[in-house]
Ligand binder design. Structure first.
Ligand code: 3PG
Length: 306
């Protein structure tokens, strides 16, 4: 009997776990749960006899793969898979997958939660401003970016986007203005929302020179990855430009420094973008189906390692 382990430091909603169990039960698999673990040792112990693993932002490195002697597949229930050591997975003959798009609406909705909060001066009682008529720049135009664009239109915002890998025609076909570079996006937007993955190319790419292109009163929203921001440079810039705001659901390493920008900075205690029942259900159940399809039929459609 195959064993599937859900290892989530930040748990799925119970209804999502129930949905996953229905899928694994129907396949005749055993389902184990490791939630809210605090030590890596707990994960190393739990993976020992797992054939398949479902994770969220949980780190799967060479140690975890070494410990998981029977592991055949790990599915990141979500979009970004920078938390999996893909080379080590390949070396261990473990297939790694993600579940693209399944939590995109949830992340996109949070962008507007953060934005309304920032635009209303963090609900401090003073008059804020509206989103209607403001220019929203989306970097980049993947599943989350596209959902952000859709919702922004409901707010009657002007929507712009830049994506190095998505043709301008695709962006324009969605009724969004495609700009030619990141620089142009920051220059032409009142607000920029980040939706780029953390890669060698994007790491610390959101730097002082780029953010400084935002016009007066600009807002930077990050629901992507903390690694894409050059925190030292952003702090320097926010010290100089007291008009800038930064809101994120991914606590920066320098949170204590950013916290000094009272009324211009907000973060959540945990990453909250995908923390809805719907996103948990969509991504968790998709992960379970992908595991069954892989173990039973060898389907590798969403494989991200080679
Ligand atoms: C993702 O990459 O899917 C999101 O960042 C959500 O991450 P989480 O599952 O840790 O909330």
């Amino acid at each position: 009997m195959s064993k599937v382990l859900i290892a989530t430091e930040k748990p799925f909603s119970p209804v999502a776990v129930k949905g996953i169990k229905e899928v694994t039960d129907a396949a005749g698999y055993e389902l184990a749960l490791l939630e809210k673990y605090t030590e890596k040792a707990q994960l190393l112990d739990a993976v020992k006899d797992a054939d398949a693993l479902i994770i969220r932002s949980d780190k799967v490195d060479a140690d975890v793969l070494d410990a998981a002697k029977q592991l055949k597949i790990v599915v990141r229930a979500g979009a970004g898979y920078d938390n999996i050591d893909l080379e080590a997975a390949t070396a261990h003959k473990v297939v790694a997958m993600n579940t693209p798009g399944q939590n995109a609406n949830s992340v996109a909705e949070l962008v507007f939660g953060l934005l309304v909060y920032a635009k209303r001066n963090f609900f401090n009682g003073t008059s804020g401003t509206e989103l209607k008529g403001k220019r929203l720049g989306i970097l980049a135009f993947g599943n989350v970016g596209r959902n952000v664009a859709r919702i922004a239109k409901g707010f009657e915002m002007e929507v712009l986007a830049y994506d190095a890998y998505c043709p301008a025609e695709v962006i324009e076909a969605a009724g969004v203005k495609a700009v030619a570079s990141q620089d142009e996006l920051f220059e032409q937007s009142d607000i920029v929302s980040l939706h780029i993955p953390a890669t060698a190319e994007t790491r610390e790419s959101i730097n002082r020179a780029l953010v400084n292109k935002l016009p007066k009163g600009g807002i930077l929203v990050n629901t992507a990855r903390k690694e894409v921001i050059n925190e030292i440079e952003l702090i320097e810039l926010m010290n100089e430009r007291t008009d800038l705001k930064f809101v994120t659901d991914i606590k920066p390493d320098a949170d204590h420094k950013f916290a000094e920008f009272e009324g211009r900075y907000f973060t959540t205690p945990k990453k909250m973008g995908a923390q809805t029942a719907e996103a948990n259900i969509n991504a968790g159940i998709a992960a379970a189906h992908q595991i069954v399809d892989f173990l039973e039929k060898g389907v590798t459609k969403f494989q991200v390692n080679k």
